[in-house]
Design a protein around this ligand. Structure first.
Ligand code: HPA
Length: 279
């Protein structure tokens, strides 16, 4: 299946990206920035799970950002939609087969750390997997990566440093914190948020972690950026609505586009992303 999807994509464009961005809820606008782009709906890619979440476009866009060859996943599959972990990481596996070696995951997240504010950006320094599943369970494909992959730097320290630097140059405030991944689809209870704060989480969401595990297993370098779309349950005296999550995504969209446009070329210059893969 992966090979079929790879060949279909390669037949549609001559652009061969070594870096990709995955856009979270309400953050799909960045895909419009690509020129010479081909947009392939997930529904026409063999094996690719179709995203049903509102606010997710559901297409793979390959094009150029300035001189940079780039792949953008506008929309992603979530576990809470009923997808298996293998389905959730399918897109990342196809991107890897295309030669992508650097990947930036963006997501919408609830702010747990009281120093955070709605509309703020957070670089993910690490994660806590509370989704009770792992995409590497089952026989290991030794050609992709080791049986027991190291996760002590799941989110590249070098990429985080570059991101902090680029954000500072652009005057964009950005903090850094630990992302806790919950299965969803309900938002957390206030007691769960107090628990997550106690165990060291700064933001909470329902995505990114299984993809980051699969990407690390395959030796890809990962950067994660959370957009704080709401303060987590129980912090403010109001309920959480998906609409406010999408609204905040729209608020931060322009800032995120500005950051990504400056940041992505710098990641490729600095990191392994600049090397073309053999496979
Ligand atoms: N919790 C979990 N996922 C989320 C949240 C939240 O508060 N906001 C956006 N995604």
């Amino acid at each position: 299946m992966i090979q079929e999807a790879k060949h279909l994509i390669e037949s549609r464009t001559v652009i061969r990206p070594s870096i990709a961005v995955v856009l979270g809820s309400g953050l799909g606008a960045f895909a419009d920035e690509l020129v010479d782009q081909v947009a392939i709906p997930y529904s026409s890619l063999p094996g690719w799970p179709v995203s049903t979440a509102i606010g997710h476009a559901g297409k793979l866009v390959i094009g150029k950002l300035g001189n940079l060859d780039l792949a953008v996943m506008a929309g992603r599959a979530h576990l809470y939609e009923g997808n298996t972990p293998a389905q959730v990481v399918y897109g990342v596996r196809v991107l890897h087969s295309l030669g992508v070696r650097s990947i930036v995951f963006t997501n919408a997240a609830g702010g747990i750390n009281l120093a955070l504010e709605r509309g703020g950006l957070v670089l993910i320094s690490d994660h806590i997997n509370l989704q009770c599943c792992n995409p590497l369970v089952g026989p290991n494909d030794d050609s992709l990566g080791p049986r027991f992959p190291d996760m002590s730097e799941a989110y590249s320290r070098e990429y985080r440093e570059i991101a902090r630097q680029v954000a500072a140059e652009l005057g964009i405030p950005i903090s850094e914190g630990v992302y806790a991944a919950m299965l969803g689809p309900c938002y957390e209870t206030p007691a769960e948020i107090r628990y997550l704060r106690t165990i060291g989480a700064d933001v909470v969401g329902m995505s990114t972690v299984v993809e980051t595990i699969a990407a690390n297993h395959m030796g890809m370098k990962v950067l994660g950026i959370s957009c704080v779309t709401n303060m987590a349950a129980g912090i403010l005296p109001q309920k959480i609505h998906h609409e406010e999550v999408l609204e905040a995504g729209a608020m931060v969209r322009d800032t995120l586009v500005r950051l990504l446009k400056a940041l992505l070329p710098r990641l490729v210059e600095q990191g392994d992303g600049g090397l073309q893969s053999a496979g």
